[in-house]
Design a protein around this ligand. Sequence first.
Ligand code: SF4
Ligand code: SF4
Length: 83
Amino acid sequence: MAYVITDTCTKDELCIDACPVNCIHPTKDEPDFESVPQLYIHPTECIDCGACVPVCPTTSIFVLEELPEADAHFAEINAAYYN
Ligand code: SF4
Ligand code: SF4
């Protein structure tokens, strides 16, 4: 498990543009982009580079170890998107 997106995400895709390994989905050309409430980081494809964090205007991305207690469940929510 690596970085995690929480529900303050506005799907503006800025993190997608910043991610060097394309592990944030769905992108807007994927069929479920409109229906998902937020974007999700793949738990094993993420390389922990941190490049997505400073570009997020809503501070929605956290490294797992620094997830706020109230947002702890988003680790599983991000992983579940890829199951
Ligand atoms: S940069 Fe932040 S608000 Fe924008 S899509 Fe990524 S997580 Fe969501
Ligand atoms: S930490 Fe790096 S690899 Fe992981 S989602 Fe963010 S930009 Fe992508």
